[in-house]
Design a protein around this ligand. Structure first.
Ligand code: AP5
Ligand code: MG
Length: 229
């Protein structure tokens, strides 16, 4: 049983943070704990690239350079995903919004659904440590569970703890040079959203330099308070 059973309306969260901050790692744990749905625009775009859709073809080179994909493309893939019924219990936006334009569009999307963003959790980290986190990351090709060469290894090397899969993959943009471009994009276009949400009183900062389990515990406390409504 998840804590979703205590809710009377959807709970919608945003995880804000630079590349490597732990947005995906924490979103997957919150998804399992609270019955919410992780919506990673990075994952949606990678899916579009793999499927060879028009959006994927347009996004591929931009992502490989570590730059931001246009708001129009990102919003299209997100809207399509939000049309699916499984998001009814609530969502964890992982890596979205990333620009002022995306934040404004999200306000409109939420209003059209008669919903709101309940909390924005900003993962606070040191940029330099993010290069090592991202360079050491790999994921299970079967279920998407994330691992790290140093910080999060599976119990049996090469075998996913979650699904037992044995094929692991690394992202083409996970190299030191591209991470620096992604960090620059974060500071130029995304970090200003911290003030945008702080002004609304929905922002909570969390020390994401702590160990994964400590961050999880802090996140669970924040989200747990929201789910009893
Ligand atoms: P996206 O996929 O969102 O990548 P990102 O923002 O660069 O973030 P990451 O996925 O690298 O980091 P994360 O915070 O999820 O870290 P993770 O939990 O995996 O976007 C990719 C690209 O798509 C963008 O560059 C852009 O081109 C495009 N894009 C996507 N969304 C867009 C949008 N809205 N607008 C425009 N363009 C968009 O953790 C990293 C590693 O560290 C893992 O190995 C993990 O095990 C480890 N780790 C996690 N937490 C800790 C911890 N506390 N201590 C030690 N290790 C940890
Ligand atoms: Mg991620």
């Amino acid at each position: 049983m998840t804590e979703a059973t205590t809710r009377t309306r959807p709970v919608n969260l945003i995880l804000l943070g630079p590349p490597g901050a732990g947005k995906g790692t924490q979103a997957r744990m919150l998804q399992d704990a609270f019955g919410l749905v992780q919506l990673s625009t990075g994952d949606l775009l990678r899916g579009a690239v793999a499927a060879g859709t028009e959006a994927g073809l347009a996004a591929k080179a931009v992502m490989e350079r570590g730059e931001l994909v246009s708001d129009a493309i990102v919003l299209n893939v997100l809207r399509e995903r939000l049309d699916q019924p499984d998001v009814a219990a609530g969502i964890i936006l992982d890596g979205f919004p990333r620009t002022a334009g995306q934040a404004a569009a999200l306000d409109d999307l939420m209003a059209a659904r008669g919903q709101q963003i309940d909390a924005v959790i900003s993962l606070v980290v040191d940029d330099e440590a993010m290069v090592g986190r991202v360079s050491g990351r790999y994921t299970c090709a079967g279920c998407g569970e994330g691992y790290h060469d140093q910080f999060k290894q599976p119990a049996t090397a090469g075998t996913c703890d979650k699904c037992g899969g044995t094929t692991m993959k690394r992202r083409p943009d996970d190299n030191a040079e591209t991470v620096r471009t992604r960090l620059n994009a974060y500071h130029a276009d995304t970090a200003p959203l911290i003030d945008y949400y702080a002004a609304r009183g929905t922002l909570t900062e969390i020390d994401a330099m702590a160990e994964i389990e400590a961050v999880r515990s802090g996140m669970t406390a924040i989200v747990g308070k929201l789910t009893v409504v």
